[in-house]
Design a protein around this ligand. Sequence first.
Ligand SMILES: [Zn+2]
Length: 319
Amino acid sequence: MAKTPIALIIDDPAPRVFVYHEHAGKETVQDGRPIPDNVPNSFLFRFCDVVEKYGIRGKFSVVPMAGGRGRIDEGFSGFPYSEIQEWVDTVKTRLSPYFSFCPEILTHHGYIDLSTMQMQGERENEWSFRQTSKELTPYIAFGLQLLKNVGIDATGVTSPWDFGEKNEDEYAKAIAYAMDEVWGRKESWYFCRSVYRSNSEAKPWMGYEDATHKCVAIPGTISDNIWQSMDTNDTSEEYISKIADNYLTADGKSGKILEVLKGGGWPILTTQWQSLFSNGNETGIRILGTVAQRVQEHLSDQVQWMCHEELMREALKTL
Ligand SMILES: [Zn+2]
């Protein structure tokens, strides 16, 4: 019998810029420690170590105009371009065997007026709700193009926050046409926050389809339990094991991953760059490693890690 797909969704990564700091709207995490304004490249290296060790697959966002601090192909204010280049090169060489890439349009902060290239005060998700595919297509195409300019091959798109959720038909159509415009591809996928975001029963659905294009929505099915590692200085093995238990216990007998499998769904875990970074403690990476180790130990005969392009192809067999 074919194994069930399992995948990991990573939202919000960007080279050096800590995107969460840019839009968090607060200066400190819950226990009062300041939120750092950058993420060292060594964090990405340690993330890659865990991915390679366990063969974790899924999708990895790249925010191409992180926080509105510049463009990924020109640089972000405050950092030498060599550091941006090192991050991009690492993503391409070490993560492309495992992850599908996507822009998380464009700034994950204010929307960009494409005629002036200036970031506006309104968040891009709020802006998105009033747009049709006519306005959304060039916006999305620009995000895909920026990643293409640095050699990152994106096969899908992720919404910052709930971008496109209230006009999802227009949004999905815009993704299909932007992907065709930039890469000549007729098939694409997207991840949008919605009621299905962390619903264990959620299945991929056809977001947009016409005679020549297909755009598949791939929802997450397991919510981000790693997020809480940002708000504590507890980095003990006990803490890590306890959070990992939410996904799969050490004995392999319970946890969200099993619940989704029993319900006939695909375990698609959702997390964020800031969750894995844990406000500098990187506890989140260790939690991820523990979960992946438990999956390998207890479920390797039942599940198979897949990147989002593979999930899309799997979904298209039945959609
Ligand atoms: Zn995000």
